[in-house]
Design a protein around this ligand. Structure first.
Ligand SMILES: C[S@@+](CC[C@H](N)C(=O)[O-])C[C@H]1O[C@@H](n2cnc3c(N)ncnc32)[C@H](O)[C@@H]1O
Length: 354
């Protein structure tokens, strides 16, 4: 009998992030590009034994919504799984899933299945992703860290319109660090990574993120998935070369943090639930404001752009407005011009003695 495979709660959170992000990504890129290329390197069966949809179905569903608005775009999918049985189930699940959609969508999609380690097909996949008029999204969701070399992510991000969402299994690296030789360490963590630095999850994760930023030139955001006992399991890392993509991902996380509460950064809600933390912005909002505008007047819209395009700051547009209102109330800044109810057209200035 086939093994029962049901996703854990953190996996369902991961699917929700993917779902919300792809919803916006598909709509945007199918308006601007001629070809939407979605790659699931570790696709899984598509539907789990409890009926929950996995990443391939999430991608197809969102593509269908975009196709209704933008039918002239090409919708292409690549699904890789190393296990024959999993890929067979995926094919069956996709066939029955597609039969529920309008027939026009069925003929608009192209689906490629590969039963192999995704690395065997990776160069071909990336060449396709880099083709003209193409926007690509790669979801890399393995079972363990050792199957994804740092170099693979670096290579994928050479495509200017390619985005990556990668499940970085640092708990796995941390657990096995004593068994890793320098060759394996460099494969996972990147060239020049010193074995001695495999110390703890935060050290491994922070260094990995900063190397990704440096070597890909992309905006990199990450969200730590934790167990109910607060130990970090893995980080979902998002890479994009576009400020729009970065700001959509911030908005996705922020919208998910209200309900259900397990997405929350807010300790009131984080009690015994599994929590996913958006890393806190390290600087206070006022410090950031001072560094952006100094003693000059600034339009709120410019402030949005500066903050939204910074992958180390996690305020969304609505939380920026909230912060500005707070600073106005406490007399740290003043409103120079624009509507009384602060919006993107308001101009503000820091008060001298604050
Ligand atoms: C975590 S599951 C994927 C779940 C799926 N992405 C989802 O969200 O529904 C990992 C799957 O990837 C496959 N896999 C793991 N490493 C792989 C690799 N290097 N290449 C291809 N498939 C791989 C496994 O067989 C398994 O089916």
């Amino acid at each position: 009998m086939a093994e029962m495979w049901n996703p854990k709660e953190h996996s369902q959170i991961k699917e929700s992030i993917l779902e919300k992000y792809l919803g916006v990504w598909y709509m945007k890129i199918t308006y601007r590009f001629r070809r939407a290329y979605y790659v699931d390197t570790c696709s899984g069966p598509g539907v789990f034994d409890n009926g929950i949809h996995g990443s391939p179905m999430i991608a197809l569903k969102n593509a269908f919504e975009a196709w209704k608005k933008h039918p002239s775009c090409g919708y292409e999918f690549v699904f890789c799984d190393a296990k024959a049985d999993v890929l067979r189930r995926l094919k069956e699940n996709i066939t029955s899933f597609l039969s529920c959609f309008e027939s026009g969508f069925n003929s608009a999609v192209q689906i490629h299945f590969h039963e192999c380690d995704f690395l065997e097909k990776f160069d071909m996949i990336l060449n396709e992703a880099k083709k003209k008029e193409t926007a690509a999204f790669l979801f890399i969701d393995p079972f363990n860290a050792s199957t994804v070399p740092f170099e693979a992510i670096e290579k994928a991000m050479k495509g200017i319109s390619t985005e990556v969402l990668f499940n970085f299994m640092h708990s796995d690296i941390n657990r096995n660090k004593r068994l890793m030789n320098s060759e394996k360490t460099e494969r996972i963590m990147g060239k020049g990574y010193d074995q001695e630095k495999l110390k703890s999850v935060p050290i491994i994760r922070d260094r990995y993120i900063s190397d990704l930023r440096e070597r890909t030139g992309a905006y990199v955001t990450y969200y730590t998935m934790k167990t109910p006992s607060e130990s970090p399991l893995y980080d979902l890392i998002h890479l994009t070369k576009h400020c729009d993509g970065l700001s959509i991902m911030k908005e996705v996380m922020s919208s998910l943090s209200k309900s259900p509460h397990y997405f929350s950064n807010d300790e009131r809600y984080a009690k015994d639930q599994l929590t996913i933390f958006v890393p806190r912005s390290r600087d206070s909002f006022f410090e950031v404001l001072k560094s952006v505008c100094g003693s000059e007047q600034i339009r709120v819209e410019r402030l949005y752009n500066e903050i939204m395009c910074d992958d180390k700051l996690f305020w969304t547009k609505s939380s920026i407005l909230e912060q500005i209102r707070g600073l106005l109330e406490t007399g740290k800044i003043k409103l120079v011009s624009g509507p009384k109810r602060i919006n993107k057209n308001s101009v503000i200035e820091i008060l001298e003695d604050s």
